[in-house]
Design a protein around this ligand. Structure first.
Ligand SMILES: [Zn+2]
Ligand SMILES: [Zn+2]
Length: 346
């Protein structure tokens, strides 16, 4: 075991505090990573505050992790000491079910092991990236291409892959019209990635406050959803609509923006059910779909794609003692577009 510095939530209602946690010994197929940067995802906040159910405290969160390999187990073949690597939302899966065998560990039928707040194979609770070191099985460690900026790379491991995977799966590209709903951490990545794939991108945001950003990130159009005229102007227009908003919205209203065989893909997770009217789906043979992160292979593909196209998230670098303030700013929407923790300040 190894004791490392971390920032943890002591309970659902208290601020995060500096602490130390134990990391397991490096096993034959494990990689020890000295974490350099960790992104702050809205899921981190939901998890520590118990919004998605009770968890065990103290809990360290963070699933947008980049750092350097400092030790490898004797059976490790994919990574070497000194490599720049990343870890995203999962650190293990059963590897035996149909979905794992198909290379889709994120849809593991026995449940992939989340990077934090999940029961690990040794029975301990996984602890996330707001820490100086982590030990991860090499199969769940990604290679960071040299061209990807180190600090900016962190949010690719969740926000990047969560939007890349459905855009690739539903074939965003030249000749397709993609609408991105919401311009937060996920939305701004969806805009950049869909534009780099060659799609015609439109942003649908509550107001026009971030319009200049949206156009700079590669969108052709930008509409306010507060304005009813938007929904009339854009009816029957899009092939894909990526909904990154985690609050409930009027699904039928958005579905009607899809043209023939269009798909509305949901990557945000409102806690409440959202009703859908069948007749809205019948029109234009529309689909209503969901997607969660991406497989390990897809995540590597996404990192390579971002390196090739020069895509990086917009980030604000913070020190560890700013994490609690950053949480409040994420909750009030006051971030453009992702906080990244400099883990040397832990
Ligand atoms: Zn996340
Ligand atoms: Zn599985």
């Amino acid at each position: 075991m190894r004791t490392v510095h971390a920032y943890a939530a002591p309970s659902a209602t208290e601020p995060l505090v500096p602490t130390t946690i134990e990391r397991r010994d490096v096993g034959p197929k494990d990689v020890l990573i000295a974490i350099r940067y960790a992104g702050i995802c809205h899921s981190d906040i939901h998890t520590v505050r118990g919004d998605w159910g009770p968890i065990t405290y103290p809990q360290v969160v963070g699933h947008e992790i980049v750092g350097e390999v400092v030790e490898v187990g004797p059976a490790v073949s994919k990574h070497a000491v000194g490599d720049r690597v990343g870890v995203g939302c999962m650190v293990d899966s059963c590897r035996e079910c149909d979905n794992c065998r198909a290379g889709m560990e994120n849809y593991c039928l026995n449940g992939s092991t989340d990077t934090y707040a999940a029961v690990d194979r040794d029975g301990t609770i996984t602890q996330g990236g707001y820490s100086t070191h982590v030990v991860v099985d090499e199969d769940f460690v990604l290679r960071l291409p040299d061209a990807v900026d180190y600090a900016a790379a962190a949010p690719l491991l969740c926000a990047g892959i969560t939007t890349y995977s459905p855009l690739a799966h539903w074939k965003a590209g030249p000749g397709t019209r993609v609408a991105v709903v919401g311009m937060g951490g996920l939305g701004h990545m969806a805009v950049k990635i869909a534009a780099a794939m060659g799609a015609e991108v439109t942003v649908l945001s509550r107001t026009l406050a971030k319009k200049d950003d949206g156009l700079a990130f590669g969108a052709q159009d930008y509409y306010a959803t507060d304005d009813d005229a938007t929904f009339e102007a854009l009816a029957d227009r899009f092939d894909l609509l990526v909904n990154t908003v985690s609050a409930p919205l009027d699904v039928d209203r958005y579905l009607r923006l899809l043209r023939l065989d269009g798909t509305m893909i949901n990557v945000g997770a409102p806690p409440e059910p959202m009703p859908v009217t069948m007749f809205t789906l019948f029109g234009n043979r529309r689909s209503f779909a969901g997607s969660t992160i991406g497989s390990i292979a897809e995540t590597q593909e996404m990192l390579d794609f971002c390196a090739e196209h020069g895509i990086a998230p917009e980030t604000e670098l913070i020190a560890a003692d700013q994490i609690n303030d950053a949480y409040e700013r994420v909750l009030s929407g006051d971030v453009r577009y992702r906080f990244v923790i400099d883990t040397t300040t832990l």
